[in-house]
Design a protein around this ligand. Sequence first.
Ligand SMILES: [Zn+2]
Length: 1159
Amino acid sequence: MFRMARVYARRLIPYLLVIILFILLSWFFSFQLEEDAAQKRQISYLRNRVAELKSKVREYEQDETPRESKQGAYSFAEAESRRFYDKPQLGANHGIDRCNFASKHLKSSAELQTVELYGNISFKNENGGVWKQGFDIKYTDSSDFTPSRPLEVFVVPHSHNDPGWIKTYEQYFADQTKNILNNIVEKLEVDVKRKFIWAEISYFSMWWKQASQSLRDRMLKLIKNGQVELVTGGWVMEDEANTHVYAMVDQMIEGNNWIMDHLGIKSSTAWSIDPFGQSPTVAYLRKRMGFTDMLIQRTHYEVKKVLSQQKKLEFMWKQNWESEDGKNDIFCHMMPFYSYDIPHTCGPDPKICCQFDFARLPPTKYSCPWKVAPTLITDGTVAKRAEVLVDQYKKKASLFRSNVLLIPLGDDFRYDNPGEFDKQFTNYEKLFLYINSNKGLNVNIRWGVLSDYFKKVHERMENSQFPKLSGDFYTYADRDSHYWSGYYTSRPFYKKLDRVLESRLRSAEVLFSLANFLPSPHNAAIDLWKASDSGLLGKLTAARRNLGLFQHHDGITGTAKDPVVIDYGRKLLQAIQNADEVIAASAEYLLLSSEPPSTSKPSSFNALILDEARKSHDSLPEGFVIPVRSLATGALYPLVFYNSLGFQRQQVVSVLVDSPNVKILCHTGSIIESQITPKWSSIEPTSPIAFQSNVYELWFRINIHPLSLSRYFLLPLHTSDVTGAATRSTLFTLRTEKNVDMNFEAHGFTIQPVDPKEFQLSNYQYILHFGDNGLLTGITDRNTLERSKVMLNFVTYGTSSAKDKSGAYLFLPDGPAKSVPSLSPTVVVEKGPVMSRVTVQLQNVIHTVRLFNSPGIDGHAISISNLVDIRILSNRELAMRVDGTELMRKPDGSLKHTFYTDLNGFQMQARHFYSKLPLQANFYPMPTKMVIDSPKGTSRLTLHSAQSLGTGMTSSGEVDIILDRRLMQDDNRGLFQGVKDNKVTPNDFWLVLEKFADSFNPSTKDASDYTLYPTVLSQHANLALNSPMLTLLPKSVWTGISEKDVAGMVGYKSQSSGYLPCDVNVLSFRTMKLESKQALLILHRQGHSCKPSSFGELSPTNCSLANGHINLKSVFHSKNSLQFTEYSLNGITPLNSEISESSVNLDSCQINTYQVKLN
Ligand SMILES: [Zn+2]
């Protein structure tokens, strides 16, 4: 009955569309009567809309007729004559009128905005006395600390254990961490009052694994009685600048669930003392995971100072989009001083505080740089020493509001020998005894864990008594003009590898979970899914942990020693290989389940492989070349494509073939238009570009449903058989070097001359203009026919000639960037019906710009790839310069000196150029995008990035993206080396230029001085770039399948009805428990702009808006009955009872988590 209704509804759609079309046409004609310029633009939108609807009608009509094999219907000549693809088939983009979230959430109600703090501070770096970066703290002993409101001090022992930095994760564990954790058990058992906090679960789980059962039991007892607290409980203490929300969430899930599974507890307080700058995304994620309190340390010294002066170091951290109710606000404690070591945690004077680090009691490996060593606390000295210490405590307490004081007591890898524990514990216990028994001091002091401190603060004060703050804490400076903006790019090769792993792991998680919820097809090997270390879930777990490890603040930051970087690299590669294996096996399982049994072979789950592999962690991926020439005529070579995203993708893909004589069929048997291009053999910018013989790239468009697999077929052809054969690109060589193999004609390519002054590439959406050096000079939007001056260039930064120079952490340039000489570079232009590109070989970089003739997202983006090699440079940083200053010009001629970068691929932050700050302070992390938005909001240029890099605005308004950095010296932050292990590094971008009419409703405002909302198209472009379509190939060629059999072999389609709304992304679908078939479905409803662009209102992905309403059952088509329960983001705490009817509503900008269980 329901099915019948759907069929009728579907039949009605064309007629409904025709009615809408009629209404729009009426509008169109009524508008045409007026000559107003602004309305003309609206008319052009309507015209587009009409065309879209027309094509939509055509699409539905096509869908209604059963598809016969259309082989040959689409001739070669026809393909070539169609310069551009049909008008994009935009989907049912209704619902835009209900959309007004962005315009109402451009700034939170918080009284503190970090953008304003940076704007108001004068950054004078004035000498504050003993607290050099602060001020002289005064307090009145008699009135500030009284018997009724004494100072409550919690001394919190901790040991900061980096999972990789100077030594590898395993080396640290063997040398130090294992001892530290053993000692914690020994020394805390001595006295129930002794306490300790621990953060890194990567280490804790390693210790647990090798500990005896009795040692585990003793540790567990200490944890259960509150002596040991696991703070944050992430796999690592993650970097907050370069990390992507996917990996941030994943490493927390991994750590938090390890704790729950092994210890039966959950963490509620978070501790982030070492990441180099702090992100509000972390605050949000912690809150969504059920945390109530968090602590941060590394923020700009001038920010610490001003917040100290105003007693605002403790605040409710609020997201900029968050509404009044503050349900995602989290209590945050910012440490006031320079460092988390003991000299900088007892009070303002490090010279005094160092004397209370009893690990530095001589004789010892540690000393006090202030030249006064600690002395043993004895009955004779305790009174005097206590007085000195309490004075520091009271000064520090004066910076806070509650008379509750947190005194962290530890440092990097501290407490690794029992003697150190004894020194700290026994000396402090003498001081505690004295202080507590001298009531006149009005101080209660004891050992504490982090939550003891927060609990006491909350006992004394309501959260409403603290200020609210919104924004982030970038860019961090710890002293002088030492801005930590170098690590946004350091070791970019591994930042890229990290992003590749994230996308592979996410793809593997989604496919594995889909497969796990399906009944076993054809009695296939169910053993595959069994939970064991060698099983697929074991492989996924290992991959999750390796990805998690790299999120550490010396991992993805690129701030570890060379051998440690190699160790991380190997672990990333292993994780990629694990994920690839899971993808291939899961894909095969799903394909078998949707295939008629007659065509499926008995499977060993070993039939498919990904189309690329890496020989080593530091090499580039190499594509598998399909052996077309060895295929029998008429043999079918299946290609399986996998779309891991929640929206439909029409996209251009490519595979490598050893013969240009091929054609591509889709599952209906129709011929798909394809294009053959040469494969360039040069992979290093320093060696000449050459044509690789017998390897070609085959480009074609595919169309895949959300979260689905689709099957296409490649057929070898005789050279005489041209029906449906791939079109060879036409080549244009602007300039070549002598030693370049340009013998294209021998390979069947046509060469045409080109005007060296200016040449163009075009697709349906853009005309790109290039200068004679092969670099982009302008973009014409084909919908509005407006040409915008957008120029790309390459520049280099040197390093300061002063004593302090750039290194792994710091960016200390020697002034503005210099242009890279680009005289007469080799430029090759290729054009064809599917893809066009220009390849430029510059010094230190091969720069490729591509345009796709595609109705999908990729047809709306300009693909930019740089292959960077700066190994011959010395103390240089190479940057790609995006000059969009013309777009940023205000009517009065001045420049809008603001741009936007994302935080963790999760939200956007405004970046104002500050001329009062040095160049390096105006650089920010760019994990996934950089946006410049014209003053009137009529043009928006977005650079989507497939890797984390640093970006900054120059004084003249261009935006530089640092691609790689080679630095010959240490920058004095403990690493003791430069950054000289540069690799040939790929980095990929999509540039999207969106045009908006200026006459639109102000209620569609989507950018402010604080934040910005990208369009749905932009959100989808970002996801598509960062989750590339995956291609799977058969390990051996299938035989016995005829071309006729192809029809109907669709692949695996995950959804039976209802796509996800446009603004909802499947962040992860993560199997937690195999036997009980439990997975976490993590959905992110992205906040987006409601301004219709010249590309249309939403996105060419067949999606619609639904006001956050989702029927979860319709998302994951399953014959079995699924049960959904909402959970905290870490999958630990159920928030509600089971969701009946599986209907849920998501709020904009929120991440919601559902446990999916098979009934
Ligand atoms: Zn650290």
